[in-house]
Design a protein around this ligand. Sequence first.
Ligand code: NAD
Length: 264
Amino acid sequence: MHALSLKAKTALVTGSTSGIGLGIARSLAAEGANIVFNGFGDINEIQVLQTAVESEFGVQTAYHNADMSKAGEIEAMMQFAASKFGGVDILVNNAGIQYVANIEDFPVEKWDAIIAINLTSSFHTTRLALPYMKQKNWGRIINLASVHGLVASAQKSAYVAAKHGLIGFTKTTALETAQTGITCNAICPGWVLTPLVQKQVDDRAAKEGVDNDTAKKRLLAEKQPSGEFVTPEQLGALAVFFCSEAGQQIRGVAWNMDGGWVAQ
Ligand code: NAD
């Protein structure tokens, strides 16, 4: 078997209908993994991206639209994955949202939603996926944290708290699975030009009265020394590496891919 082959593995990627999750799902499919997609979006568009992955990579896909803020829906999604593919071998906790405001203006319901979707959902998916992984003594859990899991930015209190928490949860999961074939690691991207960041670019362009390209350059210039966006494909390649045999003893790391952001 090719060292990196993920043939016959099942990967559940939360929030994989766009952006980074979609990029990681495609990279895992390219190595042979069947994919359970999750996330919101137009059902016809989701079917189009499923068909594209199936025909491009010769894998099977399924889709479940569980809301990651709801424990009951996450349980139903795991049962769906088990009924379709017999379990989950690779779990990518990627679904995430963002809100920007000073602490005293931060809406309580936004705080609760960010903690639920960006942090608590990973507890639920992990506790439900581990029994399947333990049966096979093989598994890979990859948590999409952020540079904001390592350093803070003002006006992002809930996001920063959730991502720091997710890194702590990653390390704990790695320790609890240390003597098994299951690994758990976090990926910490810097700026990636997905719909989540495009909104920040648009807001900034409007606020500062500049065009989109200038807003993008300003965003990068402030934090990301490379001056370039990280891409979903680059993050997908890192996820594939974590899934490979070479990744077997990489446990509990928070690996930044950030164009130099946290090196400053
Ligand atoms: P995105 O907005 O492009 O995609 C988010 C995905 O999550 C979508 O598929 C969306 O449908 C799904 N989603 C949102 N709320 C959901 C919910 N309640 N239940 C189920 N699915 C839900 O965002 P992205 O930029 O691709 O971000 C993906 C992850 O990467 C997030 O956890 C984000 O915090 C993290 N991240 C992003 C960046 C960046 O620069 N884009 C940087 C660091 C970390």
